[in-house]
Write a protein that binds this ligand. Structure first.
Ligand SMILES: [Zn+2]
Length: 202
């Protein structure tokens, strides 16, 4: 499959190694780290209906990258994307394309992007350190992902039950226009496993 062109919306975004740095990435000292999320930007994107890749406002339809665990809890914790920004991410993001088998380790995201601890006392990095979700996912096997397309009229924020100022993500209990698989991880074949167990005399 030939590579999709970079969305025009992303032309103003900085690039590293030819790849667009998502707007939502954690940036520090002029460096962005792929695969990280700045929780301050995530909150702003959710609240103002911004795309997490290009940072521009969503339009009539938006997409979400949804994991099975998101369906179980009823909301997608990460901000939405334009359909064309998701199409681009599907090719370029190793978690969505299937190139990465595990999430980045926390040591990769907890460090100053320059590769050393931050020693600037005026720096705000402890307050905007990569989010807890990334720490929790660190090193874990990659999830399955589906692309959900939703009408902007059904853009609904999920808020903390006792803390309405806390935005948990986007409500998934809304009408969905389309669901398409993005990534499916290989599952162990039960028949193959049984054959193996028998061959071992277990
Ligand atoms: Zn976008």
């Amino acid at each position: 499959m030939s590579a999709l062109p970079t969305p025009i919306r992303c032309n103003s975004r900085p690039r590293v190694g030819g790849l667009v740095v998502p707007w939502i990435s954690y940036e520090h000292g002029g460096h962005a780290t792929f695969g990280t999320i700045d929780p301050v930007k995530a909150h702003r994107a959710l609240a103002h209906r911004l795309c997490q890749v290009c940072g521009q406002r969503l339009e009539e339809r938006f997409c979400l990258a949804v994991r099975p665990m998101d369906v179980r809890i009823g909301f997608a914790p990460e901000p939405a994307l334009h359909p064309e920004c998701l199409a681009y991410s599907k090719q370029q993001c190793p978690m969505l394309s299937g190139a990465a088998a595990t999430y980045r380790t926390s040591s990769a995201t907890a460090k100053h992007p320059a590769g050393r601890p931050c020693d600037d006392p005026g720096c705000s990095c402890p307050k905007i350190a990569p989010d807890e979700g990334h720490s929790a996912r660190s090193g874990r096997p990659a999830d399955d992902f589906d692309a959900w397309m939703i009408d902007i009229a059904n853009y609904r924020l999920k808020k903390g039950p006792r803390q309405p100022n806390v935005l948990l993500g986007l409500d998934l209990a809304v009408p969905v226009l389309r669901i398409r698989p993005i990534r499916r991880n290989p599952r162990p074949d039960v028949a193959e496993l049984l054959t193996l167990v028998r061959s071992l005399g277990l």
